[in-house]
Each structure stands twice: as C-alpha cells, then as structure tokens.
Design a protein around this ligand. Structure first.
Ligand SMILES: NC(=O)c1ccc[n+]([C@@H]2O[C@H](COP(=O)([O-])OP(=O)(O)OC[C@H]3O[C@@H](n4cnc5c(N)ncnc54)[C@H](OP(=O)(O)O)[C@@H]3O)[C@@H](O)[C@H]2O)c1
Length: 290
C-alpha cells in the first residue's frame, strides 16, 4: 500500500519539488496549496515527470481549511503517513520599520500554520500508532541573522515547538518528528523577501542608519547569488533539498534535525557541533522528564 504524504505550500519552490520527488518514489502525494488557481506549475512538473499528484486546497492560516483538507484526505485514504509542513514566507526589514500587520502575518504563517497542521494530523497518526511529521525550518531557526528578526523568530518558534513535540511522539506514540534546516534555496522566497522592502521610503533616506546597513546586507546577499561558485556553495536547488527530505522520511530512525548542505552545516556549527542530529539532547530530556 502506498504511503500517503501531505505537503503544504506545494504550488512552488520546495513544496512543489518535494511533491514531485515523493510521487516519483511511490508515495501517494497530496500536494496542498492555499489557492488552487496556482496549480499550473505543479501540474506541468507532474506531467513532465509522468507522475500523479492529488491536489487539495489548504491554507495554513485558516483552521477551517486545514480541518476540511485533512478530513477529505482521511475519508479518501484512511491514513496520513507523512506530513510535511513546508508553507512559509521570507521577510527582511529593519525591526523599527516592521509593522504590527507584518509581525502578525509572518508569525501566523510560519509558526502557527505549522502548529495548526500538526494538531489536525496528530489524532490520526496517534490512532495509526505511526507517522512522520517533517517541519521545514531554516538555518535561520538556529542562527539569528540581520534584518531577519521576525523571520528567524518564527523559525526558532517552530524549532522549539518541534523539539518539545519530539520529546513525546516517537517514544510514546510511534510518530517520528524531524526538522529540516536548509540554508539558501533557489526559489522565489529569498528574492521576494529581500526585494519586498526595496520600495520602502526609509530605504531611500540617505541619513537613515538602517537603510545604510540594509543596502550593505542586500549587496552581500545579491553577491552570494551572482558568482556561480558562491551560489553553488550557499544555494541549493529545491530538488536537492527535496532529496534530503526523501532520505529522512525513508529512515527507520530519522534525525530530529538535519541541515541540508555543507554551507548550512557550517553556519550552524557553533550551535550544533555537540549534537548534530539533536538525538542526544532529546534522549536526555525524555530521561529527565518522563
Ligand atoms: N528559499 C530559501 O532560501 C529557504 C531557506 C530556508 C528555508 N526555507 C523554507 O522553505 C519553505 C518553502 O519555501 P520556498 O523557498 O519553497 O518558498 P516559495 O517558493 O516562496 O514557496 C512558498 C510556498 O508557501 C505557500 N504559502 C504561502 N502562504 C501560504 C498559506 N497561507 N497557506 C498555504 N501555503 C502558503 C506559497 O503559496 P502561494 O503560491 O499561494 O504563494 C508557496 O507554495 C519555507 O518554510 C521556507 O521558510 C526556504
């Protein structure tokens, strides 16, 4: 019987690439997206690879949409083996320019979206006594970076939530929990994050202290993507990251956390050197508390 994999944010980037790769490897893929009008790229990729994916509307910011989607999938398949919480957005802005609406939107999408989908799927996985939840964070979930306070905080939140969940789920309910921590991925996300503030008036002000720093930041960021050598080191294709996800879900004893490239490993090294996959810390927590 095919394993059923549900992937959020599958209209583009990593979610799309992961949907196609998993379908290619025999998974019954539910590629979900908030707006089904954005399905063309996924369907085109599925046709080109000669795989079938099931489409399902799911907006991670809308609890009703999540519950409806999970109910539909369970009614059709009777199980969900893999949940990949991938939907998310990037964001880069000076903290004093960040608005209340910015904070609410990004935290709701990047953090609460993950919590909501886990809550919706866990009762089914508990009943099955099996399953694997994969939460896509970032090196920004381990290492704070300039002009990314709100983004990094949302990913740190997912890391903390996931670590806590992992102290119970594998040991007591047979449900595996993993964090995927990519560095740069060549998708629309990074570019749109950096560019989204370019038309902001504070950025055009020569005397604004943040503007000066932000321009420096942007220059370094653009440079990273321009030289082929730099881009090859610091940026992965979505397909490369999808291969890491596939390798993790195929493991019997998967890591709690994994970086997806040498570059990602290097930037996190001061945080992760002692316990790269997070399993020792997890075992210690379980021993202390349960
Ligand atoms: N790109 C990077 O450099 C990078 C690095 C580290 C981690 N990541 C993480 O990787 C994940 C995937 O990002 P990506 O690089 O593939 O970005 P992307 O190409 O911009 O794709 C983001 C996906 O999330 C979807 N999405 C946005 N809001 C949603 C909502 N409310 N409900 C459901 N789906 C929603 C988008 O759908 P629409 O098409 O409707 O907008 C799109 O399918 C994110 O969690 C991101 O933080 C990315």
């Amino acid at each position: 019987m095919k394993k059923v994999a549900v992937i959020t944010g599958a209209s583009a980037g990593l979610g799309l690439a992961t949907s196609i790769l998993l379908a290619k490897h025999g998974y019954q893929v539910y590629a979900t997206m908030r707006n089904l009008e954005r399905k063309a790229a996924l369907l085109h990729a599925a046709e080109a690879t000669q795989v079938t994916v099931q489409l399902q509307q799911l907006d991670v910011s809308d609890p009703t949409s999540i519950m409806q989607a999970i109910d539909i999938i369970i009614a059709k398949e009777g199980r969900i083996n893999i949940l990949i919480n991938n939907a998310g957005a990037g964001f880069a802005k000076g903290i004093e320019q960040v608005t209340e609406a910015d904070m609410q939107w990004l935290t709701d999408l990047n953090y609460f979206g993950v919590v909501r989908c886990c809550k919706a799927v866990l009762p089914h996985m508990r009943k099955q006594k099996s399953g694997h939840i994969i939460n896509i964070t970032s090196v920004g979930g381990l290492v704070g970076q300039p002009f990314s306070e709100i983004y990094c905080a949302s990913k740190f939140a997912v890391e903390g939530f996931t670590e806590s969940l992992a102290s119970i789920m594998p040991t007591f309910f047979g449900i595996n929990i993993s964090l995927i921590e990519p560095g740069g991925i060549d998708t629309g996300l990074a570019k749109s994050a950096a560019m989204s503030t370019l038309d902001s008036s504070w950025l055009l002000d020569e005397d604004d202290e943040y503007a000066l720093l932000f321009r420096r930041y942007l220059k370094r960021f653009k440079k990273r993507g321009q030289s082929k050598a730099d881009a090859a080191i610091s940026q992965q294709t979505p397909q490369e990251v999808a291969e890491v996800i596939l390798a993790v879900i195929n493991q019997d004893d998967p890591p709690l956390r994994i970086r997806t490239s040498e570059w990602a490993e290097d930037i996190c090294r001061f945080k992760t050197a002692a316990d790269p996959d997070g399993k020792q810390q997890l075992a210690d927590v379980v021993k202390r508390y349960l």
